[in-house]
Design a protein around this ligand. Structure first.
Ligand code: IVH
Length: 676
């Protein structure tokens, strides 16, 4: 007996050792691929392969919780939401920089530096001034330990768990030092920012005004999962040990950071003099729109740390650095009129018609005013002079009234829809006024544009000009009618020919293959954006199940609260929506969810074969359930098959199962195994 216990113990330890080695190897591999993907922007493996490695690591760590360490790739997104943030004092103040607003001021700065340094020669490091918030990150013996925001410069907030979700922030670095501090900028790039605002539109939440606010808001949320979904980035610009730079020059610090695996901005330059510095500033001012993130200027730092010490600090800022600030992309113009646009949900959006004006190199003649409340907040009337600004958003906005116009007139939301004449209603507690006519052509047009848009049904070529014609000529009276379009009438439309009509029909046909989450998002249910659609599809497995679910069942899905559940429930109770869904099914769209990623679950590693008619589930549904629980479904019975699920009138496959002695189960047993 003792012997068996001893052997079992020995086996466990041995397996523990093997697991330990495999875990270490997986972590290293994942670290390398994260660096390739998030820092160097040049992935070497597919997302699916990455997921596979990650799943394997998760599996091993689940089995050996004692081997989990905080620098493991699995530890980026933690568990429980926090109550609040703890204040932390900085090791040395995180001060700000003096600004130079033009070339003259930059030369003044250079003159001061030259005078203070006597005859010595010196160089500048020029870096882009990224528009985010600064954050310090601490590493103990190479392992990420803590992150603190700048706060008021003296003390900031401990945002460690949220910072951990930033994929470009390494959790482990090859630094053989007991303590290390990195300072840098947390930013949100333009794509992540636009995606976030679209999602917020869909959810009826207010937009973030610019990427900086979005980044600052995202690092300070209480649920780590929310920060993770926001896709922040971290670009470091200082490396300290005990509050002092580790290298003799700033340039070397930056190189060391890059060698540690940080995302140091490669758009930097070592400048021999102020002329080169000015050239760098001008170069990027002209090209700032091409960058994937927002910058608001250039930071110049004297390169030599010894010279930095010589120059020292004022009470507010270092004398060895300066921020060259680009002019704000603002301009003054006049509101000539305020029009109203009708959106997909019938929401009326007031739009300012501006006297055309150039803002940061782009001529602007429209600006959204969002809603009646926003107009009141601005105190805006037609005829006023206003300041317009372009930041992050492509759509410019009105910042404030600069001077009220003489003969100004207030804007009133119309009582009737400007497109169909239907009644306009503003419901209690809502900011938007809506046209309540569901047949309103403006709503239909917007619905089609949404349906066809990128990231939804991806129907290239179905743009505004075409949709206008399709609706105005009565060729399309409902979104689903696009699946019945024929080449001939299409080819006769303006800006269309035989060839583009053929291409469009091909794209429409191809959209039928898109997965269920796309279809769900395409329906335009309020609060159901792309992300929620994926979660719903994963939870329920089919559109039918979602359409039939009651509110408490809907709330079972991740991230679906009462408001979203109510909206989904109501959508599918509306007879016209039911007709739409039925017709989309007939058109051949995907209503069943194909699990893309094998998930860990009760059926993990098991292979099933389905045969005969099951009492409740269709073949597709059964397959989706098995896959959702981590199992696999194949078409024919072999020695590899774990179970054959047999229903009524099962035939040859059942016989083969008996011949190979493969266990045969029924639907009830299958559901039991899944845990339902
Ligand atoms: S150095 C002593 N370098 O700009 C202050 N700052 O106005 C050292 N920023 O608070 C700051 N990119 O949030 C530095 N490459 C860069 C920067 C940068 C953006 C931000 C940072 C700082 C502000 C200074």
């Amino acid at each position: 007996m003792f012997r068996y216990v001893a052997i079992a113990l020995y086996n466990k330890q041995r397996m523990g050792k093997e697991a330990k080695a495999e875990i270490a190897e997986l972590r290293e591999t994942l670290r390398r691929h994260e660096h390739l993907y998030y820092v160097l922007d040049s992935p070497q493996i597919s997302d699916a392969e990455y997921d596979q490695l990650m799943n394997r690591l998760r599996e091993l760590e689940d089995r050996h919780p004692e081997l989990v360490t905080p620098d493991s790739a699995t530890q980026r997104v933690g568990g429980k939401p926090r109550e609040g943030f703890v204040k932390v004092r900085h090791s040395s103040p995180m001060l700000s920089l003096d600004n130079a607003l033009n070339e003259g001021e930059l030369r003044d700065f250079d003159r001061r530096v030259r005078q203070l340094l006597g005859d010595a020669s010196y160089r500048y490091v020029a870096e882009l001034k990224m528009d985010g918030l600064s954050m310090a990150a601490f590493y103990t013996r190479g392992v990420f330990r803590q992150a603190v925001t700048r706060g008021d410069g003296q003390a900031g907030e401990d945002v460690t768990e949220n910072a951990r979700t930033i994929r470009s922030l390494p959790l482990r670095i090859p630094a053989d030092l007991p303590e290390l501090e990195v300072r840098g900028e947390v930013i949100m790039n333009r794509r992540a920012f636009e995606r976030l605002n679209l999602e917020r539109d869909e959810q009826g939440l207010s937009r973030f005004a610019n990427p900086r606010n979005a980044a600052a808001g995202s690092i300070r949320v209480l649920e780590t999962q929310v920060t993770a979904a926001r896709r922040l980035d971290y670009y470091p610009y200082f490396l300290f040990v005990d509050g002092a730079p580790l290298h003799p020059s700033h340039w070397e610090s930056l190189e060391a950071l890059a060698a540690f695996g940080f995302k140091v901005n490669p758009k930097r330059r070592l400048c021999a003099d102020v002329e080169e510095l000015i050239q760098f500033c001008r170069h990027w001012e002209a090209r700032r729109e091409e960058l994937p993130y927002e910058i608001d200027g250039v930071v110049a730092k004297v390169d030599s740390i010894a010279q930095q010490r010589e120059l020292g600090w004022t009470a507010k800022a270092p004398r060895w650095a300066i921020a060259f600030k680009y002019a704000a992309r603002q301009a003054e113009t006049v509101i000539e009129d305020i029009g109203v646009q009708v959106g997909r949900t019938g929401a009326l959006t007031p739009v300012a018609h501006l006297r055309p004006v150039e803002v940061g190199g782009v001529t602007v003649s429209r600006a959204t005013l969002h809603n009646q409340d926003e107009i009141e907040r601005l105190g805006l009337e037609v005829g006023d002079s206003v300041i317009v600004e372009r930041s992050g958003d492509v759509i410019p906005k009105v910042v404030r009234v600069s001077s009220p116009g003489s003969g100004r007139r207030p804007f009133r939301m119309p009582a009737n829809c400007p497109v169909c004449g239907g009644k306009v209603v503003r419901e209690e507690g809502e900011v938007a006024s809506r046209c309540i006519n569901t047949d309103c052509p403006a709503r239909l047009k917007e619905s089609i544009l949404h349906f066809a848009s990128r990231g939804v049904m991806d129907i290239d070529g179905l743009g505004e000009v075409l949709v206008d014609q399709l609706v105005d000529r009565g060729l399309v009276g409902s979104v689903v009618d696009i699946y019945g379009l024929a080449a001939e009438p299409l080819a006769g439309l303006e800006h269309m020919g035989k060839k583009s009509a053929g291409k469009l029909l091909q794209n429409i046909e191809r959209s039928k293959q898109l997965a269920l989450p796309r279809v769900l998002a395409a329906l335009g249910i309020r609060f159901v954006g792309q992300r929620t659609a994926v979660l719903l599809a994963e939870t329920f497995g089919s559109l039918n199940k979602i359409a039939e679910a009651d509110i408490p069942t809907l709330e079972n899905a991740e991230e679906v609260g009462p408001k979203v559940a109510e909206s989904i429930f109501q959508f599918f109770r509306e007879p016209r929506n039911r007709v739409l869904v039925e017709r989309l099914r007939e058109a051949g769209l995907q209503f069943e969810h194909q699990q893309t990623r094998p998930k860990a679950g009760p059926l993990e590693g098991l292979i099933f074969v389905l045969t005969g008619t099951l009492p409740q589930l269709t073949r597709e549904e059964a397959k989706a359930r098995i896959e959702a629980a981590g199992g696999k479904v194949t078409g024919s019975v072999s020695k590899q098959t774990s179970y054959v699920v047999a229903g009524e009138a099962a035939g040859a496959k059942l016989e083969k199962a008996h011949a190979l002695a493969i266990p045969v189960i029924d639907e009830r047993k299958l559901l039991e195994m899944i845990g339902e």
